[in-house]
Design a protein around this ligand. Sequence first.
Ligand code: AGP
Length: 364
Amino acid sequence: ESYDMGGHDTYMHKEIHEQVDAVDRVLRGRIDDRFATVRLGGLNLDAREARGVRRVKILGCGSAYHTGLIGAQLIEELARIPADAEPASEFRYRNPVVDPDTLYIAVSQSGETYDTLAAVQELKRKGARVLGVVNVVGSAIARETDGGVYVHAGPEVCVVSTKCFTNTAVAFALLALHLGRIRDLSVADGKRIIAGLRKLPEQIAEVLRGEEEIEKLAAEYANAKSMMFVGRVRGYPVAREASLKLKEVSYVHAEAYPASELKHGPLALIEPEVPTVAVLPDDDLLEKNRATLEEIKARSGRILAVAHQEQEKADHTIVVPRNEAELDPILMGIPLQLLAYHTALALGRDIDKPRNLAKSVTVE
Ligand code: AGP
């Protein structure tokens, strides 16, 4: 991969399409079929230490924080370690209790985000073990952490993160699998996740082949007054990231909520001019999510669903291929990157350099 535009009009478009190769790269050389696990050379955490971890706390800003939400779910699901994510910018200011049995993980594309770096430095000063999940090799966060996983997304130029988001989520799946296999994840489940990871590049290519359809949808929703993004559990970080993506690049106002929270307030916003994007993985929450679609329809809300099969209650459905349920957040975000991109294009925005934003926020 290079800085050459390679026939694309914007870096954002180029980087969205580079995801097929980028995901292949983050997996390359790391899968260990014999033991149904992965090798993460730079982790610097041996099996005994990994078994001693009682909690995982993931820190990052913006999209990096959102990948942390996905990472925390993957670590809980596959390694059964309690895990959560928090914006690094909040964490560093609240005098957090630093626990010796907690593994801290800092996430960053650039590795230079000041808030995340400051959180790492504060943690290190208090004696914590901090790993990095970072894209830029040799960056400040990569240097300050005790070890970690490189994301190998290649250079990301567009201010709006796409391929690095996806690759970071895959890197978290690798880390969760690694920790899981050291703890209680069975060989069969390890193999199942590995098979799912291997399917991702081709499935991403399949999603990208649907771009024309998404372009039409973007034209239809581009004039929305505001957009609501909802999802439950695995769908929620996808909704968070898609909402941020749309705001950043198209300047269309968007809100993201857990679908279950709608009835606690935001339902008041639903009207035909405020469409909802609903992320519906095919898991045991599907029926609950379908009930949410009914609630939205009853308030005359328009619905764009992202799901594994057509949704009757939705006005439109973007169908994404099935993979292992744990990996759903990785694949389901990709059509929504295209939705943000085509909405911005339809509205004539400066896609690679949205107003008021910098690629890397290296100041307080
Ligand atoms: C991503 O689309 C954003 N531009 C922004 O939220 C970004 O993810 C955030 O500033 C963190 O950057 P980093 O990954 O380089 O630390």
